[in-house]
Design a binder for this molecule. Structure first.
Ligand SMILES: Cc1cc2nc3c(=O)[nH]c(=O)nc-3n(C[C@H](O)[C@H](O)[C@H](O)COP(=O)(O)OP(=O)(O)OC[C@H]3O[C@@H](n4cnc5c(N)ncnc54)[C@H](O)[C@@H]3O)c2cc1C
Length: 382
């Protein structure tokens, strides 16, 4: 670990131990109470400034630092890393890459000061993996747009500073064409929200959102009209990188939890970690996490050097999420009843882990993307 990384790591560790210790993570998970109190603390530590270019008042835009922060937050509490991602990726990077001067002036200070996050409102009941099938419409009325439709499973929507809503603005176009993005206040007239219940990630609240003739000015549009998917693509690498790093951190926490249990738990007169089958399983788990970390770090490096990284972003997310799923399952096997108990960290890792291999781009769709980058799949003709 570099000296700088050690310093970041130590300051995150001490902040998290003070403001979101393990027992507090457990309490919040049980009550589905998001740790929003962390946002001003992240801001005070200047963590969001790492991703902001100097031209926008930041610290030079090293995404490798960001990836490291996300991993360490994921190690302490996935709920904290997901919240951080909604500010850094859906908020700051969306504005940096596609926002207007006015949008940056208005929202960057709020995001950087920890006043809230953005929520990405893309998915619909009939448009999940096939995001281009979205039916929410925005119709131009003078200088305004009128939004009608529904979005589903939108994380952190009610407390967001703004929803980034993907709407079809050109009905003659299909798929990813003719879609525009709008910044919509969550309390705008005509917006209604219903909280959805779920089995994991309970502190990242999910909402079904109705848009009933919601009026927004043209200045709320992010990026060019009809080119919303292009704007989304520009921030996708950051979101995938953030998620992959956070997931690697949580996977490391799961391996550490199972390892320490294997050293303490005695059966047949010996710690269970002395049985080769358990020791090897843990060794494989740690090796898998280390490999996933390498890929996540390589993605962050490629982002910093402006390399083309859509394949790498897909690979990093697929590998990190698969690794987390496997190590939490193995961790549960190693801890057995101690892991299955409602107050164990392992059961929370295990429940949370199930989401990431389909949320924010399923592994199947990402493997399609990797295959297509290799000249395979649907694009290959005889
Ligand atoms: C807790 C949670 C939080 C979320 N947060 C957000 C959010 O903040 N914003 C947002 O916009 N969305 C959010 N989502 C939605 C999420 O992105 C979708 O769940 C995801 O895109 C998958 O869509 P789906 O659930 O409709 O599955 P489907 O699209 O119905 O897919 C079902 C299965 O079929 C597979 N599949 C589909 N098409 C193909 C194909 N062509 N080839 C091979 N396999 C295929 C998929 O990989 C998957 O395994 C969230 C979802 C959850 C559960």
């Amino acid at each position: 670990m570099l000296f700088e990384e050690k310093a970041i790591c130590a300051s995150i560790d001490s902040m998290m131990q003070k403001h979101l210790p393990r027992e507090e993570v457990h309490r919040r998970d049980q009550l589905a109470d998001p740790p929003d109190h962390l946002l001003p603390l992240f801001a005070e530590m200047g963590l969001f400034h790492f991703c902001l270019p100097e031209s926008d008042g930041g610290m030079g835009g090293s995404w490798q630092h960001l990836s490291f922060i996300q991993e360490r937050l994921g190690y302490h509490a996935t709920m904290a890393a997901l919240l951080f991602n909604r500010v850094a990726c859906f908020g700051v990077m969306t504005l940096v890459k596609s926002g207007s001067v006015e949008q940056k002036e208005k929202f960057l200070p709020q995001l950087l000061n920890g006043e809230g996050a953005f929520a990405l409102a893309l998915s619909e009941a009939e448009a999940g993996s096939d995001a281009g099938a979205l039916q929410t419409r925005a119709e131009k009325q003078g200088d305004n747009w009128c939004i009608k439709g529904r979005k589903i499973w939108i994380s952190g929507a009610a407390s967001a500073l703004r929803l980034v809503v993907a709407c079809r603005t050109d009905l003659t176009k299909t798929g990813g064409q003719g879609v525009s993005l709008f910044l919509v206040p969550p309390d705008a007239l005509g917006v209604s929200m219903t909280k959805l219940e779920k089995i994991g990630n309970r502190c990242s609240l999910s909402y079904d959102i109705g848009f009933d003739e919601v009026m927004v000015p043209d200045s709320a549009r992010i990026g060019a009209e009809g080119r919303g998917f292009d704007a989304l693509k520009k921030t996708l690498f950051y979101a995938r990188s953030g998620l992959a790093s956070a997931v690697v951190g949580t996977a490391q926490a799961a391996v550490s939890c199972a390892t320490s249990h294997a050293k303490d738990r005695v059966q047949f007169g010996k710690p269970i970690g002395s049985f080769q089958v358990i020791a090897h399983r843990l060794a494989k788990m740690q090796t898998d996490v280390d490999l996933a970390r390498l890929l996540a770090r390589e993605l962050a490096r490629a982002i910093d050097t402006n390399e083309s990284c859509s394949r790498l972003a897909a690979q990093a997310k697929v590998v990190a999420t698969k690794t987390l799923k496997r190590v939490t399952d193995d961790g549960m096997q190693i801890m057995a009843s101690a892991g299955y108990a409602a107050d164990s960290d392992m059961q929370r890792f295990w429940r949370d882990a199930r989401l990431y291999s389909f949320g924010e781009g399923s592994s199947e769709i990402l493997l399609d993307l990797i295959a297509s980058d290799m000249g395979l799949g649907r694009g290959l003709s005889a």
